[in-house]
Design a protein around this ligand. Structure first.
Ligand SMILES: CC(C)(COP(=O)(O)OP(=O)(O)OC[C@H]1O[C@@H](n2cnc3c(N)ncnc32)[C@H](O)[C@@H]1OP(=O)(O)O)[C@@H](O)C(=O)NCCC(=O)NCCS
Length: 196
């Protein structure tokens, strides 16, 4: 069976129910309506969202609609998002996901956000490692990618620390709130992951 068919089949089997992932300090669980509070704090905070070209949430309803969309994309096997729950106090500290799954090409794009008070403590590196392991070992992805604002040094560093390579710099390819934005594209291949 080719890798391609493998990923298609695994998407069908594994995603009947979203798998939970466990790291040293966190449980990664399916994002749901019980996470509206912390989600709103992240999505309405201009500093947290500084490098993410999405309109700031203004009400809980905005975030509820986002969670509903995330749920629908999971049902369609187009995305998997996990709430990052700190094991010690069961608090949601951020979220991470395969935000665009392209099963036709065995590719998925990773995305992630942390609440401000949990940044700078290595949490995203820890969560990303678990999502990378899941993607390559369970889902059979061939390539993972990340799209980063060139000024978002912390995000680039997390990807590089997890083995992603800088593949390119797209100039002014996306328009957001009247401005053309640049993006750095990072990629990690299955064989590079396995060779480590
Ligand atoms: C990007 C983000 C997920 C990083 O997660 P994190 O757990 O805070 O990452 P870390 O604290 O481990 O920092 C990673 C590295 O970046 C460095 N760093 C952090 N902030 C930095 C900054 N403003 N400028 C330069 N380097 C910075 C850290 O020193 C660390 O480097 P090191 O590994 O060499 O010590 C987090 O900052 C965040 O949620 N930001 C807002 C949302 C966002 O931008 N998401 C990504 C969209 S692509």
């Amino acid at each position: 069976m080719t890798l391609h068919l493998l990923m298609m089949n695994k998407l069908e089997i594994i995603l009947e129910k979203q798998p939970e992932l466990v790291t040293e300090r966190m449980q990664l669980v399916a994002l749901s309506s019980e996470h509206v509070g912390p989600m709103f704090r992240m999505r309405s905070d201009a500093e947290v969202m500084r490098y993410i070209p999405r309109t700031l949430a203004k009400t809980n309803a905005d975030v509820e609609a986002l969670i509903q969309m995330i749920h629908e994309r999971f049902q369609q096997k187009m995305a998997i998002n996990w709430a990052m729950i700190q094991t010690s106090d069961k608090q949601m500290i951020g979220y991470i996901g395969l935000v665009n799954i392209d099963a036709e090409n065995d590719h998925a794009e990773i995305g992630y956000i942390l609440l401000p008070e949990f940044q700078g403590k290595g949490f995203m590196h820890e969560a990303m490692q678990a999502v990378i392991d899941f993607s390559f070992e369970k889902l059979g992805v061939h390539r993972l990618s990340g799209t980063v604002d060139p000024e978002n040094t912390a995000s680039s560093k997390v990807l590089e620390k997890c083995g992603f390579k800088l593949e390119g710099h797209l100039r002014e390819h996306e328009i957001f709130e009247g401005r053309y934005l640049d993006s750095l594209i990072y990629g990690l291949l299955n064989r590079e992951y396995r060779s480590k």
